[in-house]
Design a protein around this ligand. Structure first.
Ligand SMILES: Nc1ncnc2c1ncn2[C@@H]1O[C@H](COP(=O)(O)OP(=O)(O)OP(=O)(O)O)[C@@H](O)[C@H]1O
Ligand code: SF4
Ligand SMILES: [Mg+2]
Length: 426
């Protein structure tokens, strides 16, 4: 992780030149093999301060009735009370099936949407509360890289105007200096200054994504939200673009919220990962906790579906865990645990109580009444005493429920140790 100050200038950019783009014709090896040839997986800096702290973030989209008078008849609970931190100069990965709320989370943080509730603290400012006018000076600090390099660039604008436009809008450089700065940025992302007057349709997918990355870097952001930045690309190009993002992070100390459904890509780029299901975070932790020690049945099912990952992690072949049933509608999610309709180990309590996101290790939290390694889930809910209920989730008048189960961003110094069933610490 870079120790550089977040204040960066064009001098920094001049120092760094990415290699020219080469796009192999055939893909023959996996992403992990390709990316590992030149770049080691990104490392966690446990001492890094958070650049972004998100708490109880919610986004409900109204569902309106049809007809002339359109009444609000419900809500799509796209994001429903999530909390996490992104470390300065580091990366948090956000994974989960289609529709679980990843993009909505990214769009909230870049304030393309105004949240229904919750806070998003960035440099002592709550981005969730700001009006559009108040947001303008902060927008440059948080930028977005989009998934689709074919639709995210205006085909009628030259590369020069696409990358240079944010500098004009934010008025950060005199007009006559913008071209030189854009050309520097093109070199930073592995393109050539001569590409300045070309149009997006003259470039391949990987090159277009590099243009999108140059545009996102234009304002020297401290945080980049990358929403599936490589999923539209061939695997060999994916490795090149991920390497580029890693070089940029090391050089400029920019933090990433890295959204992807590809677990191999996330494992390489992100030392910390949050797993989402139906608008909630169900498990969050450092790379080892998630990839080698997952305790949530949903995370275990996701990992079991990726041959590349399961062999690397377990060193042996493990059968894929097939989840039955469809993902329920976020308009009317199941009671209690949202995963219960597809969970292979669900019990009574799961329908009655939502499991709290409980810290079970130094950097590991899980939201499940029966958390455990695959095949080692406890028979009795570990949460019953904390919630003041019996093993089926019925009120237990003799018990005293814990009062501090509210989901917090970040990690505490103490946690619930699953072996001793008591509070532990490092
Ligand atoms: N503008 C909107 N209006 C209404 N519902 C929306 C809107 N945007 C997203 N949704 C719904 O919110 C839920 C979360 O969508 P989101 O795009 O965040 O998921 P995702 O995890 O990014 O999925 P994918 O992996 O397919 O990109 C989905 O049910 C989606 O249909
Ligand atoms: S709380 Fe229950 S339904 Fe939810 S993941 Fe855990 S065991 Fe499955
Ligand atoms: Mg998405």
């Amino acid at each position: 992780m870079s120790n550089k100050s977040p204040e960066r200038g064009s001098e920094d950019i001049e120092e760094y030149r990415a290699p020219e783009v080469t796009e192999p014709e055939n893909e023959v090896v996996s992403f992990s093999e390709l990316v590992g040839q030149t770049h080691a997986a990104a490392k966690l800096d446990p001492t890094a301060e958070p650049v972004l702290t998100v708490e109880n973030l919610r986004m409900y989209f109204p569902v309106l009735s049809s007809g002339l008078i359109r009444r609000r008849i419900g809500d799509v609970q796209a994001v429903d009370g999530i909390s996490f931190q992104v470390p300065k100069g580091g990366s948090l990965g956000l994974v989960g099936e289609s529709g679980c709320g990843k993009s909505t989370t990214g769009r909230l943080i870049t304030r393309l949407y105004k949240p229904t509730g919750g806070s998003m603290m960035f440099q002592d400012v709550d981005l969730a509360q700001l009006s559009n006018r108040e947001l303008k000076p902060h927008r440059r600090n948080v930028q977005m890289i989009f998934q689709d390099p074919y639709t995210s660039l205006n085909p009628r604008q030259t590369v020069g105007s696409i990358v240079g436009a944010p500098m004009q809008v934010h008025n950060i450089l005199p007009r006559d200096q913008i071209k030189a700065r854009v050309q520097e940025l093109l070199e930073v992302v592995g393109l050539s200054p001569e590409h300045y007057n070309r149009y997006p349709n003259e470039f391949s997918g990987g090159q277009r994504q590099r243009i999108g990355i140059a545009r996102a870097l234009t304002l020297n952001p401290s945080l980049l939200v990358a929403d599936e930045p490589v999923s539209a690309l061939d695997v060999s190009i994916q490795a090149q673009v991920v390497n580029l993002l890693q070089d940029i992070q090391n050089e400029f100390g920019v933090a990433f919220l890295f959204i992807a459904h590809d677990l191999a890509v996330v494992r390489h780029f992100c030392p910390e990962i949050a797993v989402m299901y139906l608008g909630k975070i169900v498990e969050i932790g450092d790379r080892d906790s998630i990839y080698s020690n997952a305790h949530h049945p949903y995370t275990q099912a996701l990992l079991s579906a990726v041959p590349d990952i399961k062999q690397a992690v377990t060193g042996e072949r493990r059968e894929r865990i097939m989840l039955t049933g469809d993902v329920p509608s976020p308009i009317d999610p199941p009671s209690g645990c949202r995963f219960r309709t597809r969970c292979p180990i669900a019990q009574e309590i799961c329908a009655r109580h939502e499991p709290p996101l409980l810290q079970i290790g130094k950097r590991h939290k899980v939201a499940c009444h029966f958390p455990g390694r695959l095949g080692e889930h406890p028979r009795e809910p570990i949460t019953a005493r904390l919630l003041g209920v019996d093993t089926e989730g019925q009120p237990d008048p003799g018990s005293s429920p814990a009062t501090d189960l509210v989901e917090q961003p970040g990690y505490a110094d103490t946690w619930f140790d699953l072996d001793s069933k008591s509070i532990g610490r490092a």
